[in-house]
Write a protein that binds this ligand. Structure first.
Ligand SMILES: [Mg+2]
Length: 242
């Protein structure tokens, strides 16, 4: 435990914490897998497996649903119906943004860290889910949806506007960290970025702890979804005690 705390202390020198939304701040992964099959079943289409979905998890919704529709051989009409049904079914799911996470984000800001959000959702879909879970988007210093910029995860250039925003505040890319839940989209984007960005992997259903480890992410940068609030509070405490 002591070694882990020591390793964590290097995270307290970070100044800008950039979060992914789904599977990081909101528990949407398992419900997302189920939702896709609910939509397919509703249209009388075959279901897809989690093994099929996992490598594509975190992609833009339009892209993800396009791949799902290819997989099950949906026709043009069904493709449209899938997209039409998506927000309707989503609105009924018990997504949550926990009080504990809200407090950790607030505390990060109180203790002088900047916080940002980069999501593969569209503006509209972000607004809908934020309203649904009671997440006030004003909490973020910076946020970016797929509508804000033409580069998307896993392209490292997705971080460009945030690196520039940080530079204007004399924060270097070394002082930034991205917190995501997938290797293929989130971690890959940090590695594709020039310079590479630090990464924290959240285990919430899309990626297991051992998959993050095998991808080369150190144990002190892998955290279970439920432990993210205490993980962040730990970083704050390290900064205060430094
Ligand atoms: Mg995600």
């Amino acid at each position: 435990m002591e070694k882990k705390i020591l390793e964590l202390s290097c995270l307290s020198t970070k100044k800008f914490f950039v979060f992914d939304l789904d599977g990081v701040l909101i528990n949407s992964t398992e419900m997302g897998f189920v939702k896709i099959n609910q939509i397919l079943s509703y249209l009388g289409l075959e279901n897809v497996s989690e093994e099929f979905l996992r490598p594509h998890w975190g992609k833009r919704l339009s892209e993800l649903y396009g791949l799902v529709c290819d997989e099950v051989g949906a026709n043009d009409e069904q493709r449209q119906e899938v997209l039409d049904l998506e927000p309707i079914i989503s609105a009924d799911l018990p997504y949550e943004f926990s009080r504990e996470l809200f407090e950790s984000l607030t505390n990060l800001r109180l203790f002088g860290f900047y916080i940002g959000l980069i999501t593969s959702r569209t503006d509209n879909s972000l607004k809908l889910i934020a309203k649904q879970v009671g997440l006030n988007l004003e909490i973020f210093d910076q946020l970016q949806t797929v509508n804000h910029f033409y580069h998307h995860k896993p392209d490292g250039r997705v971080f460009g506007p945030f690196i520039n925003w940080a530079a204007a505040r004399k924060i270097s890319p070394i002082e930034m960290v991205y917190i995501g839940d997938t290797i293929e989209n989130d971690y890959a984007a940090t590695q594709d970025c020039d310079p590479k960005l630090d990464f924290i992997g959240v285990v919430s259903g899309a990626t297991t702890g051992s998959e993050f480890l095998n991808a080369g992410i150190p144990p002190c940068r892998i955290v279970e979804f439920a432990h993210l609030p205490s993980f962040l509070h730990h970083i704050i405490r390290q900064k205060v005690e430094a």
